[in-house]
Design a protein around this ligand. Sequence first.
Ligand code: GDG
Length: 493
Amino acid sequence: MPSNRLVVVSNRLPVIVEQQGQSQRLRASTGGLVTALTPVMEREQGLWIGWLGYVGAKIDPALLKDFARDHAYKLKPVSLTNEDVEGFYHGFSNRAVWPLFHDLIGYCRFELEQWKSYDDVNRRFAKSVCEGLRPGDTIWIHDYQLMMVASHLRRMGVSNPIMFFLHIPFPSVDVFRRMPWRNELIRGLMEFDLLGFQTRRDHKNFVGCVKAMVPDVKISRGRGDTQIEYGNRTVRAGDFPISIDFDEFADAAASHEVAAEAKLFHTQFSAKKLALGIDRLDYTKGIPHRFLAFERALEKYPELRGNLSLFQVVVPSRTHVQDYQDLKGELDRLVGRINGWFAQTSFRTRRWIPIHYMYGRLDRTQLLACYRACDIALITPLRDGMNLVAKEYCASQIDGKGVLILSEFAGTADQLGKGSIIINPYDREKSADAIHEAYKMSLAERRKRMKLLRSEVRRKDVHQWVKWFFEAAGYSQQADSDRKSSLASLKAK
Ligand code: GDG
């Protein structure tokens, strides 16, 4: 075991428990954080602490043992009650922090009981970290559900290095001030040693909030990071845009299996070209705005009718929350209206359907096939920390023919602004023009742009992200030779 063990803490563990009659099975889950951290945890043989995602029956300990053997790192579940899930998760995390940090103040509900539940669950996560913590361990806490964990750890006497990475945006001081417990939160964040944000803007917003709300701090800018002297400690903040495993996506997209699926996929549509949208069901992703822009493009540019379809996958998410149920209803209505209208006006191209809408989840081969087969990707969130789908689309475009339309409010736009067509998702007219521009773009121009995009994603992949973050944290990763020998000894056991 490495002496400087990495302890990752996130709301959810990277697995889903499947109940099969009396027995249980662990399946690796998907999503931004898991995709990014799994290779790191395997390499570091770390410990991952989090919630299993369900209330009730306990997990079979043998399953956790098997997991550690097969994956070279360990899982430690934190249990939550129904009240915790309601107050901490559906409540404060998803009805206060999530909309506020995405600048969507109208969706915020601030409830004292939910804040108390959030703080209490954060304390219990901290307690779970403390049990079995070793002096050399480095703790890395992830995301907006766990912003108070460091302050509880410090109260419990933990002096180990504690790092934090925020996967969603950090709002400006004017927005953050709306939070009734803003002082508690900002001071809670000041108990981390290093805070990582997705973009420069998020990093600057955080520093702006500290300046405005925390008295007696001394702030100085270092090379790329900010140092904040706070009491007898120095807190550092920086920006580290998260990424994907480029080679893994590119290699998998080139496989025979994906190529065959991509070919089959395209033949199922009568349209010459396909635009793709893939999002979790979330009001931050701007899906209704996208549908309206697509509708406007079809109205304004008749040549698109019969020739371009939008394939939109919406992955069910937070379905307990009323705002998400409302969004689902709105999407159903919009698709029905747009498809119904164009079926009436395009009698001769009846086989053509403007929006193919799937409410569900694709398996990995299907996901990669979509990335390969679709001529245009519409990544148009109202606000997004980063958006890994944009990077995955580029990595999977091994023929280099696709066009990326990207919202200026996605964190990815900082890096991929050059090769993509940048839009403001609130501007329906210009978004419609962008769809038309992407549709008629020459092959040479598409190839030139996609080459640029792919080289940017390749250069700054997830391994680079981890390296930058660890360098800033002063955490030394296991050397490759140590890693291979310990993996070999693990497998031999
Ligand atoms: C948060 C932040 C930030 C999606 N549909 C399917 C599927 N996915 C996978 C994608 C991708 C992941 O889920 C989605 O990642 P995003 O980054 O786009 O979005 P969030 O889930 O909101 O993630 C975000 C991220 O954290 C990382 O820091 O970028 O801004 O909000 O990996 O591939 N996977 C499969 N089928 C699907 O239908 N198999």
